[in-house]
Design a protein around this ligand. Structure first.
Ligand SMILES: Cc1ncc(COP(=O)(O)O)c(C=O)c1O
Length: 457
């Protein structure tokens, strides 16, 4: 087989509409050319994120009805606990309302000024939580992870030499925990090999540093391992996932990704003493430890989702769809980050719009073009999101200018994504029609959510 079809059929549909182009242009102006401010109803194909945007299965919808909403020790909690423990092998599970709440609880206890917390790449909310509580978040991804055209199998791997240098120089006293994000969202959804996870874990053990996985996309990562790491070809997805978690002392999870839920998350741990400390923070911020930040019905839906996400036919269709989307974009002349990751395709805006300099936000221009030309919503990951200012207040453009088109799970067909690829192709063919932007209003931090822009004359 060259292409695995989806192992499900469609039972319910939701109408989407392509608003007229004049309407889209009016909405863009009103939104200050910021796609986070455009009403979702006026978006035709919404690829803003794969987080919480997936379609639940009949099993999950049925599970919602079984939700036990008892405050403490609810039946739904035990179901959730057994599934999470079954996958991770970890004894202590703390449910949270989403991934960043798990991070907040973990780092409110472990992150302190003067400490450093390494990862391959911290996701933005992870970095924000690490830094909010005082430690420095450092990214140690392998060099090929920063090369958008290197077609290599595991571009999310940790650079073991850099990690060992850091562990040697700062020691256990300076490093409270080491993280590893699987798959590496910030680095293009690229996977981490089991060999690298094991080696990272072994280094952490050698220096006595606890090792945690940011496991949001653990199943997609396990699927890539099965496909690309010959030693694991004969293992099931669950066996690979367990082998990944066996290396770790704990994990943070956003169930909005590989939990196939619309909300939810958890922290899983082996260390009982740390679990007691974190449960106190959980009670303060999220809720009683058997529901955390979730309703009983959410716990049920996530438990069912976690079972479904490790099914190989689902993963083959999921990862295959993202790969085909990447191929369709390339065939239409749109340069992308290669190879495609597990959950998204990243467009190379520098390649698509070479006439727009970094100071004029080429990736934001491409994001705006996708919406104006086709009603498609993606997210800029470039100078608008990450650009820093020099002491004179001048923008230092970001090294990469990307537009992430994240594919929600089980929501769009290849036809939708083929349409997006054609829209992208038209844009590249007529690139001279699209110009740069300037920021006219911006908040002090995380500006990409609310800043307003205007086209350059
Ligand atoms: C790798 C990674 N870690 C953590 C998070 C945070 O999860 P949440 O959005 O549920 O707070 C995300 C969300 O996109 C993510 O991709």
């Amino acid at each position: 087989m060259t292409q695995w079809p989806e192992p499900y059929r469609i039972k319910m549909v939701e109408t989407i509409r392509l608003t007229p182009k004049e309407e889209r242009i009016r909405l863009l102006e009103k939104a200050g050319y910021n796609l986070f401010q455009v009403p979702a109803e006026a978006v035709f194909v919404d690829l803003l994120t794969d987080s919480g945007t997936g379609a639940m299965s009949d099993r999950q919808w049925a599970a919602l009805m079984r939700g036990d909403e008892s405050y403490a020790q609810a039946r739904s909690w035990f179901r959730f606990y057994e599934v999470v423990k079954g996958i991770t092998g970890m004894e202590h599970v703390l449910p949270t309302h989403q991934g960043r709440a798990a991070e907040n609880i973990l780092f409110s206890t472990l992150s302190k000024p003067g400490l450093v917390i390494p990862s391959n790449n911290h996701f933005d909310t992870t970095r924000a939580n690490v830094e909010f509580f005082g430690a420095e978040a450092v990214d140690l991804v392998v060099p090929e992870g920063k090369d958008i055209h290197a077609k290599l199998p595991f571009k999310g791997n940790m650079d073991l030499n850099l990690l060992e240098d850091l562990l040697r120089s700062r020691g256990r006293a300076g490093i409270p925990i080491c993280m590893l994000t699987v798959t590496n969202n910030t680095g293009g959804g690229q996977p981490v090999s089991l060999e690298n996870i094991r080696a990272t874990s072994a280094l952490c053990r050698k220096y006595g540093v606890p090792f945690f996985l940011d496991a949001c996309r653990f199943a997609e990562n396990a699927y890539f391992i099965k496909q690309r790491e010959p030693a694991c070809a004969g293992m099931s997805i669950l066996e690979i996932a367990r082998a990944m978690f066996d290396c770790a002392d704990g994990a943070t999870m956003s169930a909005k990704k590989d939990g196939l839920g619309n909300i939810g998350g958890f922290l899983a741990l082996r260390d009982g003493d740390l679990a007691v400390q974190l449960k106190n923070a959980l009670i303060l911020r999220e809720g009683f430890p058997t529901y955390g930040g979730l309703a009983g019905r959410d716990l049920e839906a996530i438990a069912a989702g976690l079972e479904e996400v490790t099914e190989e036919p689902y993963l083959a269709a999921r990862v295959g769809q993202v790969a085909r989307f990447g191929e369709a974009l390339i065939a239409n002349g749109m340069p992308i980050l290669e190879p495609t990751g597990g959950h998204a395709v990243y467009l190379d805006a520098k390649g698509a719009f070479p006439h727009i300099p970094g100071e004029a936000y080429p990736a934001q221009s491409l994001t705006v073009a996708l919406y104006s030309e086709g009603g498609v919503r993606g997210v800029e990951i470039g100078s608008f999101m990450f650009g820093k200012k020099d002491p004179q207040g001048k923008l230092v453009p970001s090294a990469m200018e990307l537009v992430r088109l994240a594919v929600p799970r089980r929501v769009y067909t290849d036809n939708h994504l083929g349409y997006v690829a054609e829209v992208a192709g038209e844009i590249v063919r007529h690139k001279e029609r699209f110009g740069g932007f300037r920021i006219v209003e911006e908040p002090p931090f995380l500006r990409h959510f609310t800043a307003k822009l205007a086209p350059l004359a």
